[in-house]
Write a protein that binds this ligand. Structure first.
Ligand code: AMP
Length: 193
């Protein structure tokens, strides 16, 4: 099977993190979570981590240049070229999607699918409050969800225009949602495998 290059979308609290790990294992690709990469930088106390921490704590978005740099470095690495990738948390804006397209083109690669997990705002908020991450305060959650509607939701159109979008219902057990995602990816990327 050719390596898959995919994006996973959905508002925060939709279950992207859990499902991404399972999908990456299922399709044998690298799971690249930009949130995890930033949290690792914060934990390691790097310059990037220091700059990102206050933005993350307030629920804002780290600058596109920084994010595009992190992703382009990772996509150029050998394991991603061979095994493919599932991008989780990136792109978050149309500008980042344009940058991703340019990065992939420069590597002679292209996207196969963008899977969107659809979960109502109320349920997403409840799930975030329950997981209790340090940046999951009520105010930061509200801000992230607002940003999602404003900046990330237009991405759905971006992917849809390129016939890459597959939306699945994210309400249900993790196993049910996982099965929907696998079928969606297999049908969307069928012509490309
Ligand atoms: P996540 O784990 O994807 O919810 O990301 C946690 C935080 O990291 C976000 O609230 C942002 O502050 C930052 N972040 C992660 N990915 C990106 C991105 N692609 N663009 C900008 N900021 C990001």
């Amino acid at each position: 099977m050719a390596p898959l290059r995919m994006v996973i979308l959905g508002r925060q609290g939709a279950g992207k993190g859990t499902q991404s790990q399972r999908l990456a294992a299922e399709f044998g690709c690298v799971h690249l979570s930009t949130g995890d990469a930033l949290r690792a930088a914060v934990a390691a106390g790097t310059e990037l981590g220091r700059q990102a921490k206050s933005i993350m704590d307030s629920g804002g978005l780290v600058g596109d240049d920084v994010m595009n740099g992190i992703v382009s470095e990772r996509l150029a690495a050998g394991d991603v070229s061979v095994d493919g990738v599932l991008l989780d948390g990136y792109p978050r804006t149309v500008e980042q999607a344009d940058a991703l397209q340019a990065i992939l083109e420069s590597l002679g690669q292209s996207l196969d699918a963008a899977v969107n997990i659809e979960v109502p705002v109320e349920e997403a908020t409840q799930r975030m409050l329950e997981r209790g991450r340090s940046d999951d305060t009520g105010e930061a959650i509200r801000r992230r969800l607002q940003l999602y509607e404003r900046q990330t939701a237009p991405l759905l159109d971006w992917f849809d225009k390129r016939s890459l979008l597959v939306t699945v219902d994210g309400v249900g057990t993790p196993d049910e949602v996982f099965d929907r995602l696998v079928s969606g990816i297999e049908s969307t990327s069928a012509g490309r495998l």
